[in-house]
Ligand binder design. Structure first.
Ligand SMILES: N[C@@H](CCC(=O)N[C@@H](CS)C(=O)NCC(=O)O)C(=O)O
Length: 230
């Protein structure tokens, strides 16, 4: 019998097929839900609307020999796709973008090559710099109790630089860096939220951009895992 001949059986068959063809993805996260890198990968999976299983791993478990053998670098986030174990957040989002490309899946990186390079430039800068600001404005201030002690000169200079970069990229009233959302928006908004969450002075347009990013369903999904009491 063809699948058109019996609608309920046809639907069941498509359901079965969808289950078989659904990618087998697992995201390993850390248990305190303060990692900007786990945030990045969960946002990527959510924005791609990919189904995935979530596992929490930490301590000795993370450094097990079998994890090292598979992932090479034993840090979270880890994305497991079938037999592939991948760490490093940007490697993961780029893998997801290439493995689950447009038009069948939503876009993570801008189509325009200059914008794509700019997105990578921002993501790289946020991972390789701003150390004093990151230390004095930790993500626990976003996902836990905000502590707004005055920043050191060094951290303040980095915060000013971050706001300068954001102001150069975000037009007043815009809720995304470019015409369309991209994964660098998630990283930039998280970096800015370190300041916004504790009430550091930030231009209104940048605060509005940051809070608009925070309202995205992908970010709200991450927040559902953050403990409400620390
Ligand atoms: N550059 C990495 C950073 C990953 C990272 O530092 N993960 C931390 C948690 S935020 C970790 O796994 N730490 C555990 C350890 O090193 O033992 C990325 O972008 O994913």
């Amino acid at each position: 019998m063809t699948i058109w001949g019996n609608p309920p059986r046809a639907a069941a068959r498509w359901d079965r097929l969808a289950r078989v063809t659904e990618p087998k993805l697992t995201l390993y996260a850390e248990p305190s839900w303060v990692s900007p890198w786990v945030f990045h990968v969960m946002i990527a999976l959510e924005e791609k609307r990919l189904p995935y299983t979530l596992e929490v791993i930490w301590g000795e478990e993370l450094h097990r020999d079998d994890i090292r053998e598979r992932a090479i670098i034993d840090k979270v986030p880890i994305l497991v796709h079938e037999d592939a174990w991948i760490t490093e957040s940007i490697a993961i989002s780029e893998y997801l973008a290439e493995r689950f490309p447009v038009p069948d899946h939503p876009r993570l990186f801008p189509e325009n090559l200059v914008q794509r390079a700019r997105a990578r430039q921002i993501m790289s800068a946020l991972r390789t710099g701003f150390f004093a600001m990151r230390q004095e404005r930790p993500t626990t201030g976003i996902f836990g109790v905000p502590e707004g002690k005055p920043m050191s000169k060094e951290a303040q200079a980095e915060a000013d630089e971050l706001v300068r970069i954001a102001s150069a990229l975000i037009r007043p009233g815009a809720t995304t860096m470019f015409e369309e959302w991209c994964i660098a928006d998630a990283d930039l908004a998280l970096a800015l939220m370190r300041l916004v969450a504790v009430g550091d002075p930030v231009p209104q347009a940048i605060t509005d951009y940051t809070t608009a990013q925070w309202r995205r369903p992908s970010v709200q999904k991450f927040l559902t895992y953050v403990p409400t009491r620390r």
